[in-house]
Design a protein around this ligand. Structure first.
Ligand SMILES: [Zn+2]
Length: 306
């Protein structure tokens, strides 16, 4: 069982069931971001295509899958899905899918899988064409759609599929998955695996220490400000989390909030953090450092009176 499915008891039993039997024409995996819907879908598809049926990782099919070259796995992009040009539809449009793939049997395996990671971004015409396909699904093709909230999909689509629910992960399970027993880290992850890749990283622990130092004495705060103001210190986080520098700063604000919970000045610090967040959310070019230095000046006044 992949770790992504730990804590997701309903989703796990449903996917296990369909893996051993036959998958329905459309599976809709729904639930909040960062709880493992995408990796669960990929695990399911890899296992279904695998020559030994368990996603062994060794067979030719699994190796193709790992290189993202399996010809019977079609992963649609994470942005808009369009109907495509009538005459010459571009790859990864719905017309392209229907004409150049669904019309034909799979290349290598018994089944072909088509995954839409953001099924809420399928455009109207494309959706209508897909619906027609789903009314009489091609024998050899299986669809999977991911969505955060079912209300973002049309009833007609939902009625053609089987819905597989994902939930935020309970903290006991988060602790087991990530090996973290520390309530600080578990709280910060908030039941989502999205952050676990950086939280388990050494740079996260270092930053956390810097924050504790910064809340303790003025020199520490100055060092923290210098560290946080250098965007390049967070290059790896940006890549791992696929987030902008501003979004990372938002996360750091949350860490400062967590670390100052027990301080008498907590309400004032919280207010400063929320002001920083509000400033960052305005996304005004070149303003990031202005908001940061105002934030640190405020924290310094609150904690050290200057
Ligand atoms: Zn295999």
């Amino acid at each position: 069982m992949p770790f992504q499915l730990k804590g997701q008891t309903i989703a796990r039993s449903m996917l296990d069931h369909y893996l051993n039997g036959s998958a329905p024409p459309l599976l809709i995996l729904h639930g909040p971001a960062g709880v493992g819907r995408f990796s669960a879908a990929e695990w399911f598809i890899q296992s279904s295509l695998c020559e030994t049926g368990n996603g062994c990782g060794q067979c030719p099919s699994c190796r193709l899958f790992a290189r993202q070259e399996h010809p019977d796995y079609i992963l649609f992009p994470e942005d808009r899905v369009l109907i495509g040009d009538e005459k010459q539809p571009a790859p990864f449009t719905v017309r392209w899918l229907i004409r150049t793939r669904l019309m034909y049997p799979p290349f290598k395996s018994e089944r072909r899988f088509i995954l839409f990671p953001r099924s809420d971004l399928i455009q109207n015409e494309a959706e209508t064409a897909l619906l027609k396909t789903l009314e009489e699904p091609p024998e050899h093709s299986r669809f999977m759609m991911l969505v955060e909230d079912l209300s973002l999909l049309k009833e007609t689509i939902i009625s053609r599929g089987v819905c597989v629910p994902f939930h935020l992960i309970p903290s006991a399970t988060m602790a087991e998955i990530t090996g973290q027993s520390d309530p600080y880290t578990l709280d910060l992850m908030g039941g989502s695996l999205e952050l676990s890749s950086v939280i388990l990283d050494q740079s996260f622990q270092r930053l956390r220490e810097k924050i504790e130092d910064g809340l303790g004495h003025p020199m520490g705060l100055h060092e923290l400000e210098t560290y946080v103001s250098l965007e390049k210190n967070f290059q790896e986080w940006k890549t791992h989390l696929d987030k902008s520098y501003e979004e990372i700063l938002d996360l750091i604000g949350l860490m400062i909030l967590k670390s100052s919970e027990r301080l008498p000045d907590f309400p004032l610090i919280a207010e400063a953090v929320f002001q920083l967040k509000a400033g960052l959310h305005k996304r005004m070019a070149g303003m990031t450092h202005y908001h940061l230095s105002r934030f640190f000046a405020r924290i310094s006044r609150i904690l050290f009176g200057h």
